[in-house]
Every structure is written in C-alpha cells, then in structure tokens.
Design a protein around this ligand. Sequence first.
Ligand SMILES: Cc1cc2nc3c(=O)[nH]c(=O)nc-3n(C[C@H](O)[C@H](O)[C@H](O)COP(=O)(O)OP(=O)(O)OC[C@H]3O[C@@H](n4cnc5c(N)ncnc54)[C@H](O)[C@@H]3O)c2cc1C
Ligand code: SF4
Length: 327
Amino acid sequence: MNSVIASYGCNSRDNDIRYESSSGGIFSVLAEYYLKNGGVVYGTAMSEDCKEAVYRRVDQIADLSCLRGSKYLQSKIGDTFRQVLDDLQCGVQVMFSGCPCQINGLKLFLGKEYENLFCMDIICHGVPSPELWKRYAEYFETKNHAVLKKVNFRSKKHSWNDFGLMHDSDMKQWFSPNKENPYMQMFLKNYVLRPSCYECGSKSYRTADISIGDFWGVENVLPELNDYKGTSLVLIRSEKGANIFEGIKGQIIYASCEYEQAVKRNSAEYQSAVRPVQRDDFFIDMRKLSFARLERKYLGSPIKRKVKKIAKRIIGVMNSQTLFDSM
Ligand SMILES: Cc1cc2nc3c(=O)[nH]c(=O)nc-3n(C[C@H](O)[C@H](O)[C@H](O)COP(=O)(O)OP(=O)(O)OC[C@H]3O[C@@H](n4cnc5c(N)ncnc54)[C@H](O)[C@@H]3O)c2cc1C
Ligand code: SF4
C-alpha cells in the first residue's frame, strides 16, 4: 500500500483547461506531460450517445478533452486491462487513471509492478449505478425532445461546482443546478451507489502513485490559491509520483500543506459513504417505476421542491431586510 508522502493544492496555469476540468485541471497537466513524452493515457469518457461512461485510450493531446471532467457514474472497463498490458509489454509509457478500486483491479490483473506504468486515482465518494444514469438520460431526452450530444456533470459556467450542462443535437444547452437536478440529488443522497462503495476497501489500500481530488476548504488552508475557479488536491503516494510531480511543476501554481489540513473537508479520502435505509427499496423501485415517479417518491414533487426553494429565498431576503432595518 502507498501512504501519502506529500500533499499539495494545485491549479493549472492554463485557464481554458481549468474551465473544462472539475477542479484545478491537474489531471490534464499530468496527462499532457505523458502525451508530450510519447506516452499514452487511459481514462473515462462518455460514450457517443452519452448513455454510458467508458474507458478510452488516448495517444495525442488533441483527443484528451474527452477524458477531462468527472462523469458521475461507474465507468465500463471492457478489455482495457488487456490493452494496458499490451502497451506495457511493448515498452510504452502508460498513465492509467481511475477510481482507487479500478487501479487496484488493474494491479491485480497485471500481477507484477511495471516501471513504465504510472497510476493516478481520484478521491472517490462512490460511483452511481450506470443503469440509473441511462434511465435518467432517456427520460431527459423524451421530456425535452432532445438528443444528448454532450454532458458536463461539473459545468463552471455559473460557479465552480454547481451546474450540470447538456447539449442536444442542435447544440442547445440546458443548465440544471446540482441542488435541483434529480439525478445529482439521488447521487448526493447516496441512494444510487454501487454496493461496494458503502464498504470501500480501496480507501485503506491505495496503490496509485498520485491521488487527485477537489480541494474543499482551500480558502482556509491555502487562501493564496483560491480564486473561486476550483483547485485540485494532490496527494503524492510514491517516489515515482514525486518524480512525475517534479516534472509538471512548471505548468502549475501550487503550495504544500499538511495531509490532515488537505483532507479536513474531504472525508471521501478515508471514509465510505453511509448506506441509506432506503437504498435497497430504491433499487427495486428503479427497475419498476418511471424516472418521474421514482423522483417523486424519493425526492418529493419537483413543483413542491421549487416552491420550497423560492420560499427559503424570500425568508432569507426578509431576514436580512429585518436585520438591516434594526441597525
Ligand atoms: C464518481 C466520482 C466521485 C468523486 N468523488 C470525489 C470526492 O468525494 N472528493 C473529491 O475530492 N473528489 C472526488 N472526485 C474527483 C473530482 O471530481 C475531480 O475528478 C478531481 O478533483 C480532479 O479534477 P481535475 O480538475 O484535476 O481533473 P478532471 O479533468 O476533472 O479529472 C478527470 C479525471 O477523472 C477521471 N474520471 C472521470 N469520471 C470517472 C469515473 N466515472 N470513473 C473513474 N474515473 C473517472 C478521468 O478519467 C480523469 O482521470 C470524484 C470523481 C468521480 C468521477
Ligand atoms: S468508493 Fe471505493 S468501491 Fe466505490 S468506486 Fe470508489 S473506490 Fe471503488
């Protein structure tokens, strides 16, 4: 197991890359470093019809954008481990990225360490069921008479962590704040995670060289890095990881901190998500109810949710007005 030897907050110097990435864009910086040196990068992309998350092998920078950004559903491995083995045996420099359990799975498959393999994992809250995503995507298309062409689970158009964004065939755009999007709400309430995610063995047994995540609380720990555009958390777990981090330092703005500070607001690094009591019923209902009925049953009526939100906003404004009047 690789334990943490250094912790950093990092932002890519390239603002366009940061805009397209979930947090500070550190994945793209690491991937470009590999691609510029003739290596290949494995990671998760959405399928062409946006109904699945799938592993893809990228060997040029022009194709890297499909791997950028978090896809909040379990990604399909297919024959990726076999492709990685072929690359490694041919002497290709390989960067493999994924959830900690996917890295552990690859290492088990390979059966031995390879000098030309670099593994990067993400701090992982857990992955939602691909079946639920497919059902939501189909429901969305029917409801909006649209054909999905692109999905962005972490759009930065309005803030750095609030909106999902979807395009249809005419490249029309929808924004759906996380707080209102039913799929994201089901994910954040932990109804939809894979069974293993509630008892994740890979949190205490990490074999990646570098782990990356969102630096929640960066404004308190490393305020000099905070510009509200998202900052990545980087945990170095091996000497190989430390050498690669040396190689990318010119492309990033970074600062180091204590591990305890770095993960203070990120319990997913060391703790599994809590399994809600409704989880088993949710999965039974997911297979027999329409998405709209599933949403009503587990999240309440969308109209009532909207009214409640508006009421909360009005009460907030009234409270601040009262405070202002009493001054
Ligand atoms: C399901 C999921 C849960 C997460 N939970 C947390 C969390 O609790 N705390 C936290 O700090 N960070 C979490 N992250 C990671 C975080 O969202 C960012 O990916 C991370 O901050 C890196 O951002 P970036 O800007 O450097 O690069 P980005 O470009 O945003 O990162 C892309 C990387 O994520 C990988 N990736 C995307 N989707 C998947 C997927 N479905 N399965 C496997 N790999 C994927 C890509 O292959 C690529 O390596 C989670 C990510 C996912 C996909
Ligand atoms: S929480 Fe654990 S088991 Fe679930 S996807 Fe993440 S690493 Fe894998």
